[in-house]
Design a protein around this ligand. Structure first.
Ligand code: PHE
Length: 456
């Protein structure tokens, strides 16, 4: 298979468009929904510190590896892995890495869309003033009522899937790029407004202390590993999303610089979400460790009490939907491009088929909050299992092999050429990280995942 110089699916109009799109992929429910609740569950500061270290030593080096593989291959992750392994004179089986990414993307999007559906539902609940003056019991009641209704969850999940596939169907330049160009700046502005509100609550200092003063006594060994796993999820690493976006990257743009910007923006958004949420949690004497429902059972309570709360609440959940939208697009792009390349399908047809498959898989997650809530495997519902398998096993494993491929399989000269890092020390540092530090870190995450699975 020969390697094309440009992607047949198009190219970003500039490096900024790439940064915005990749940041749009990275910033999502992981930052706004998952990061606050796992931080709350794992005691705050120390967990945040470990997470930040993992972003720096594991996340950033792997992101550079994934982007460089993508840009050199210029095809869907499956075909990129095939042609780059041929170029390096190695087994074509490396394409399995692309395949596992496609599967992981389908699995993640199937439940991701259900959670995004909750946020969609909350845009309207907040908009009609449902939380106005509501107490904790009423807010919790509204949430459990939503979860108890498979029809409603299915309807919102369906709407979100259609939204996602419409943007993907329009293609890189007209669909993805236009969407993120508009969505990302709006998202930042909305977050600043939310942090501004939190600064005016009495508990802002308490929220800041919770997030930034590490107390290692509160962090379990498992917590360390959860923090490391989340670094993959939040940066969209290990499943080809960043690889396919890299394949649309202009030739001359710097991979190192853009990676720093993307990881920086992602981290900033997560920390801002934490700064917006925890002061509100503490100001209202709520539990930081409330679990996956955290933002849905605590924030509406605050919105219900604050002046203009229906407005801010609506704005906040619109923000969550936007963030989820730009991420979900990247979860399915690797599969769609492969269908177009290998089966001569029209983009629209590829979108319809993958959309239907993901939507159908999502029904399992919809039901796991109600009808199937008692059906568990290793103590996990269908939804928990999807999240667990992807975040803790498939993404770290994908990241591990991406690092191995870039650092041990590809020719050093090719890698150097693609990365084009002028600073020799910088390149060496990256190489040491990707060759040794990163794979070792990932192996620890993976062993933990197996251990937990056995214990469960
Ligand atoms: N990074 C996204 C988030 O934080 C989720 C995601 C994971 C997107 C993997 C693409 C690939 O919400």
């Amino acid at each position: 298979m020969t390697r094309p110089r440009t992607s047949i699916h198009g190219e970003w109009s500039s490096r900024w468009a790439f940064v915005l799109a990749a940041a749009g992929s990275a910033v999502g429910l992981g930052n706004i929904w998952k990061f606050p609740y796992i931080t709350g569950e794992n005691g705050g500061g120390a967990f945040v510190l470990v997470y930040l270290v993992c972003i720096a030593v594991i996340g950033i080096p792997i992101m550079m590896a994934e982007v460089l593989i993508g840009r050199r291959g210029r095809q869907s992750p499956i075909n990129t892995m095939t042609s780059l392994s041929e170029e390096a004179g190695k087994s074509r089986r490396w394409s399995l890495l692309g395949w596992s990414g496609v599967v992981a993307g389908f699995m993640i999007l199937s439940y991701y869309s259900v959670i995004a559906g909750w946020a969609l539902a909350y845009v309207f609940r907040s908009g009609i003033g449902m939380f106005h003056g509501a107490d904790a019991d009423q807010v919790a009641g509204i949430f459990s009522e939503l979860l108890a209704s498979p029809e409603r969850l299915l309807a919102w999940h369906t709407i979100f899937m259609v939204m996602t596939m419409v943007v993907v169907a329009r293609g890189v330049r007209s669909g993805l790029e236009k969407a993120v160009r508009f969505l990302m700046p709006v998202l930042f502005i909305l977050l600043i407004v939310m942090v501004g509100y939190a600064m005016n609550t009495a508990a802002f200092g308490k929220g800041v202390a919770f997030l930034f003063s590490p107390d290692f006594g509160k962090l379990s060994r498992d917590g360390v590993l959860i923090a490391m796993g989340h670094a993959f999820f939040t940066l969209s690493l290990g499943m080809g999303a960043i690889m396919i976006y890299g394949s649309y990257m202009p030739e001359r743009a710097s991979i190192a610089k853009t990676t720093f910007m993307i990881a920086g923006a992602d981290t900033l958004v997560a920390l801002m979400a934490g700064l917006a949420i925890f002061p509100i949690v503490f100001a209202n004497n709520l539990e930081p460790s409330a679990g996956p429902g955290l933002i849905f059972v605590t924030l509406p309570l605050a919105f219900g009490q604050m002046p203009g709360g229906s407005f801010f609440g609506t704005l906040f959940f619109i923000l969550v939907v936007f963030a989820a939208w730009t991420s979900s697009i990247s979860l399915v792009e690797p599969a769609v491009t492969w269908m177009v390349e290998n089966h001569g399908m029209r983009r629209l047809t590829a979108c319809v088929w993958s959309g239907i498959a993901i939507w159908a898989l999502g029904i399992g997650s919809v039901l796991s909050f109600n009808v199937w809530s008692d059906y568990t495997l290793f103590g996990k519902t269908f939804f928990d299992l999807m999240d667990y398998l992807t975040s803790n096993i498939m993404l770290p494993l994908g990241g591990l092999f991406i690092a191995i491929f870039a650092a041990w399989v590809m020719k050093d000269a090719d890698v150097r050429d693609e990365l084009a890092i002028v600073n020799k020390l910088g390149y060496r540092l990256w190489r040491v990280l990707v060759r040794y530090v990163t794979p070792l870190g990932v192996i620890i995450v993976f062993l933990n995942a197996i251990g937990v699975l056995h214990a469960g």
